[in-house]
Design a protein around this ligand. Structure first.
Ligand code: ADP
Ligand code: MG
Length: 744
């Protein structure tokens, strides 16, 4: 009697063999007539109907009217819309498009599109291509299946998508067709925001308005708009598709619900900026190629800290365009990954015990103006003259004020079931919102706070403080604080706590709103001082000093990962909202409702709907996780345990029957003990799950899931992972961490 060989692992082993035989996928890059590879600048944006293409294709007066709409939000008249639509159609058809679609961002985290053919029939019944101004401007998808958080009653299920001319139209290519995509907002019959983009655009407008006022008071003239700029560093994992397809948890939830730690994780720190594996580089190159055609300025690519973790960062753009481009980037990453036999994991924490993924939102404020000297100026650049320094300090402290006042809301803006696993874990920014400024700026603010330079005139004070030297210092200042959720990095803030799978729209909306609020308060303090007859420079310095004092608590230069910070933050009264349900509750605080309505960003009903949609998504994600874990335990892990235990028992019996000792009886006993324990934990999950489901109201339910259900899932995992570590390798059906993280 011999122990029978397990077959559970056959698919795993086959996959590894398959992976070892893979070679990098080659693409044929665009070439000139002589067959030489074209530089990227020659084909960048070929698939976009951007400003320069519009200028080329549109009559001069139409183009100028359109510019007014794009730059200043002026209403578009129907003649202009018809001309633009016609030009866009001609261009799209010449590039092989058969369809068009309004491309928008419902609150699912993804994009949505409904395609319509250009095909129609003329009065004589002849087929022709048509695309009118009204089709460009507006469309009416069946909105009833998108989340509205109670915004729409079913009898008014209509929702409209409306062209957002500030983001260029683009052509989406797929295997057999090309589609002209029209970036759009999605609103209800009554004009309520049903999507992610509307709020973002409204927040940009509000922020611009108050920022322009503030600049005017500081004596800066000729500013048209102040635009938040955004550069989004996108982190992701790659796992070979063959292994991915054997993991129900990755397929259903985007993260591993079980899986033991490999002997080697990221502790050797040899992956970060290491040589990019050949197959991965081939993948990245194709991603970039696709992005370049779409006008997405992909700039950097590198290995991230964890094994098989990578990053892509574009050159920054206006926040609304950057948001669209980040959505496109995630889509392209997913599509191209398939062609390379990879699955891209955008989840915030696909693997326990190794770093999670973020989406660092680099954010600054750019001036647009008619004059060349001002146009493009970054308000977060400290500048070189004392005068510029003063303005910089005024803007900087307004941001501090906004972040301090709305710290809880900013936390809510990044709340998701995925990000809960990352925030506060030992490698990601904590759930406590604080601001890191770096040694130089902190010293300057502290001295301003102490009033060390109070008796001097403001300009003198700035010189004495050495603010004029900031640009130089900031540039080669490498003391990056990776533990801060919101860090100043020389000429921009890096909102690092945003999750890798999230849309940047809502976090940036909230940030814009908070800063608009900070600036409004700054403006009122400043105006008061000026009215009292104070010299402008001194009034600015006075305002800055006041804000520095008020916002001291939100500044933190230390290690955000440390336990001391948790206590220190509690002493300072900073919110520490660890889990999504408590973070989301911030949305309903009077302060939040007031903020959004004050700036015309969201009505109370719109805020409500956002809370509900997010809570619902949180709940659904956790429900899917519970169901997936249950089925993996019941149909994969327990059966594997029984098979191994049975074979072990047979072998033990055979030895004893033969009259020889059976030392593996001990292993069998331990194994059976663990199996028993897994069964108990499995039952406990059932109990807490039922309790959670029986609780009344979404909030209460979400809390149960966040606490009891999550804890129970972790309990199960710890036993399952121990079992994985002792069961014969050729029995185990689920790809292991070492396989998923170390094969490419
Ligand atoms: P890091 O050292 O953090 O990688 P980088 O200089 O590579 O810094 O910048 C990271 C991101 O920040 C890039 O996407 C970049 O385009 C963006 N960025 C740079 N300047 C600005 C700015 N003024 N506004 C918004 N994003 C910016
Ligand atoms: Mg960075």
């Amino acid at each position: 009697m011999f122990m029978s060989l397990g077959t559970g692992a056959k698919a795993r082993f086959d996959s590894i063999r398959e992976i070892n035989n893979r070679s990098p996928r080659k693409i044929d890059p665009p070439r000139d007539e002589d067959g030489k590879r074209l530089p990227v600048s020659e084909f960048f944006g070929v698939n976009t109907f951007d400003i320069s293409r519009m200028k080329e294709k549109l009559p001069r007066d139409v183009f100028q009217k359109l510019r007014l709409t794009i730059d200043l939000g002026k209403k578009l008249d129907s003649d202009v819309a018809n001309t633009v639509a016609n030009a866009a159609k001609e261009w799209a058809i010449s590039r092989g498009c058969t369809h068009f679609c309004h491309w928008f961002q419902p609150q699912t985290g993804n994009t949505a599109e409904k395609h319509d053919a250009f095909l129609t029939f003329d009065d004589n019944g002849h087929p022709m291509e048509k695309f009118s101004g009204s089709q460009l401007i507006q469309s009416e998808p069946d909105a009833s299946s998108f989340p509205s958080g109670g915004m729409r009653t079913t009898f008014e299920a209509r929702g409209y998508t409306a062209w957002d001319p500030s983001s260029p139209m683009f052509i989406m290519e797929s295997a057999n067709s090309k589609t002209l995509c029209i970036p759009s907002v999605f609103i209800s019959y009554h004009g309520d925001a049903l999507d992610e983009k509307t709020g973002l655009l409204r927040s940009m407008e509000a922020l611009s308005k108050v920022a322009c006022e503030l600049l005017t008071v500081t004596g800066l003239e000729g500013v048209n708009r102040v635009v938040p700029t955004l550069g989004v560093e996108q982190e992701y994992f790659l796992v070979d598709r063959a292994l991915f397809s054997l993991r129900p948890d990755l397929i259903m939830t985007g993260r591993t619900l079980v899986g033991g730690q490999p002997p080697k994780g990221q502790q050797l720190e040899d992956h970060y900026f290491g040589a990019i594996p050949t197959r991965v580089l081939a993948f990245m190159s194709e991603v970039e190629h696709e992005l370049f055609k779409l006008g997405v300025p992909a700039k950097t690519r590198h290995n991230e800290v964890a094994p098989n973790q990578f990053e892509l960062a574009p050159i920054f753009e206006e926040a609304n365009v950057a948001t669209d481009h980040n959505q496109l980037t995630m889509e392209v990453l997913r599509k191209v990954a398939q062609r390379h036999h990879f699955a891209v994991l955008l989840h915030e924490k696909p693997f326990a015990g190794v770093n999670g993924s973020g989406k660092h939102n680099n954010w600054a404020l750019m001036v647009t103006a008619s004059g060349d000297d001002l146009n493009g100026m970054n308000l977060l650049d400290p500048g070189k003259t004392p005068h510029q320094n003063l303005r910089f300090l005024l803007v900087l402290t307004s941001i501090l004020k906004g972040v301090h006042k709305h710290a809880g809301l900013l936390r809510a803006a990044i709340a998701s079931s995925g990000n809960d696993h990352r925030l506060g874990a030992n490698e990601a920014p904590p759930a406590i919102m604080s601001v890191f400024l770096g040694e130089m700026l902190s010293r300057i603010l502290n001295e301003i706070d102490k009033g060390t330079v109070a008796d001097k005139g403001a300009e003198q004070a700035v010189i004495k403080l050495g603010v004029s030297q900031i640009p130089e210092v900031a540039k080669d200042n490498t003391d990056r604080n990776r533990t801060s959720p919101f860090a100043f990095t020389g000429n921009k803030f890096e909102f690092r706590a945003v999750g890798s799978s999230a849309s940047t729209a809502f976090p940036v909306t909230v940030l814009n709103a908070a800063v608009a609020d900070g600036m409004t308060e700054t403006l009122s303090v400043l105006n008061d001082s000026v009215k009292r007859g104070m010299k402008l420079e001194d009034a600015i310095m006075e305002t800055v000093r006041k804000t520095v004092k008020e916002t001291e608590k939100v500044r933190f230069e230390g290690n955000g990962y440390s336990e001391e910070w948790v206590h220190e933050a509690a002493r300072r009264g900073l919110p520490n909202l660890r889990k999504t349900p408590e973070a989301l509750a911030q949305l309903m605080e009077a302060k939040a409702i007031e903020l959004f309505s004050q700036f015309g960003i969201f009505s109370e009903a719109e805020v409500h709907s956002r809370l509900h949609i997010r809570l619902e998504r949180y709940l659904k994600n956790l429900q899917i996780e519970v169901e997936t874990l249950r089925s993996m335990i019941d149909t994969q892990i327990l059966p594997t345990c029984y098979a191994y235990s049975g074979d072990l028992a047979a072998s033990v019996k055979a030895n004893l029957d033969a009259g020889v000792p059976a030392p593996h009886k001990e292993t069998l006993l331990r194994l059976n003990g663990l199996i028993g324990s897994l069964q108990v934990k499995r039952k406990e999950l059932e109990t807490v799950h039922q309790k959670a489901e029986a609780s009344h109201g979404e909030e209460a339910k979400a809390k149960h899931y966040a606490v009891e259900v999550s804890a129970s899932m972790l309990d199960i995992r710890s036993v399952a992972d121990e079992l994985e570590s002792m069961i014969g390798d050729d029995y185990w059906p689920l790809p292991k961490y070492r396989e998923m993280l170390f094969s490419t």
